[in-house]
Design a protein around this ligand. Structure first.
Ligand code: PLP
Length: 394
């Protein structure tokens, strides 16, 4: 037997381990200092009452012979897929039910979708980036090329027709940069993908934070996207399902090549390797789209976005350059005084006891940048902002 040697090309995911290591070292030698963590990408508010109520009801269903559920449909229960279809409709996107696939989260689907594509494809990934896109392709031995995201393009790289790519990753609003493409910019990507016969793997995990009118919640709001894009979405950020696990992927039937249909291939893949998401979880997810669920969820999202505003306005006051914070819970800032990512990490930890994430950990173009997140508590965010202001206003 031989192992998959491609794994040796995947670098150790040392970023969050190194952050934890440096924080733990600091707290050990400074036990009296209160450290505030604004580095986490995980949510902190609990599931909303409408979701909990629906999940309790589903547990009761499982207790009675008449309502008990065994294996569910591979693609998810219709009650949830119909709610997702209606959600898209509210954004002006018409989908057929069989274009929607429920899963245990966007991360799994982003990795698993690669099963339907040849290993010979060239992959275009922005740098900096959510590391899953790079690592899953390295594991399969695909050639990866990078699109430079940087201060000059506002961390929103645009297509370059001299570059030939087959699989293109777009995450908007973006993790880690918080930057979001406008409709016009996405149209350029869709045109490029259609022209090049490429597919866009569109990560919409942060669509719920979009507020600006010239942005979209779904790539399918862009004309032409159904022939070139697959969209991944998640209940993790919209509804705090990071630990509950549920997401969905939209694979349009119009996405075809050489008489093969992406939709059919994905159904075949899922029905072979996946046995569906728990009924109880899907009931909870469906409650997100009810009027009561949406009302409660919007309060949670507003809470996070008010945190984001606090951080963003602190950067405005200090004259620090940043992206995000408006249509995203992430604030991606340029480290002041020309500091490197890890240098600024240590400076902030040692002098303000605030923890963020060094941009370098997301790709080479992240060097000199730093990510703060709005997922902390209001109190902690306020205090962190005060400390940062005091430290940098010199
Ligand atoms: N996509 C992006 C860009 C993310 O930042 C995350 C999680 O942080 C995910 C996908 C994962 O989503 P899920 O929890 O549904 O697996």
């Amino acid at each position: 037997m031989d192992f998959n040697k491609n794994f040796s090309n995947v670098s150790e995911s040392y970023l969050f381990a190194e952050v934890a290591n440096r924080v733990s070292k600091y707290t050990k030698s400074n036990p009296d200092k209160k450290v505030i963590k604004l580095g986490i990408g995980d949510v902190t508010l609990p599931l909303v009452p409408a979701v909990i109520k629906a999940m309790h009801g589903a547990v009761d269903d499982m207790s009675a012979k008449e309502t008990f559920k065994g294996y569910g449909p591979y693609e998810g229960y219709d009650f949830l897929r119909e709610s997702i279809r209606d959600y898209y409709k509210s954004n002006g996107v018409e989908l057929d039910l069989d274009e929607i696939f429920v899963s245990d989260g966007a991360k799994s689907d982003l990795g698993n979708i690669l099963d339907i594509f040849s290993d010979k494809n060239t992959v275009l990934v922005p740098d900096p980036v959510y590391p899953v896109y790079v690592d899953t392709n390295l594991m399969a031995g695909r050639k990866i090329i990078f699109a430079d995201a940087n201060g000059d393009n506002g961390f929103l790289p645009m297509p370059d027709y001299s570059v030939n790519a087959d699989i293109i990753y777009i995450c908007s609003p973006n993790n880690p940069t918080g930057a979001a493409y406008t409709k016009a910019q996405l149209k350029e990507w869709v045109d490029y993908a259609n022209k090049k016969n490429a597919v866009i793997l569109y990560d919409a995990a942060y669509e719920c934070f979009v507020s600006d009118g010239d942005l979209v919640r779904s790539v399918f709001q862009i004309e032409g996207a159904k022939t070139c894009a697959i969209e991944f979405c998640s209940f993790s950020k919209i509804a705090g399902f990071t630990g509950t696990r549920c997401g969905y992927t939209v694979v349009p039937k119009a996405l075809e090549k050489d008489a093969l249909s992406a939709n059919k291939l994905w159904l075949r893949r899922q029905s072979t390797k996946f046995n569906g998401v728990p009924y109880i979880v899907q009931k909870g997810a469906a409650a997100v789209f009810t009027a009561q669920g949406m009302k409660e969820i919007k309060e949670n999202l507003a809470y996070y976005m008010d945190n984001a505003k606090l951080i963003a306005s602190c950067m405005d006051d200090l004259g620090v350059w940043y992206t995000g914070g408006k249509n995203s819970p992430y604030i991606w800032l340029k480290c002041p005084n020309g500091m490197g990512s890890w240098e600024f990490f240590d400076y902030l930890l040692n002098n303000a006891q605030v923890v963020g994430t060094p941009g370098e950990g997301f790709g080479k173009n992240g060097e000199g940048y730093f990510r703060l997140t709005a997922f902390g508590s209001r109190e902690a965010t306020k205090e962190a902002v005060e400390r940062i202001k005091k430290l940098l206003k010199k």
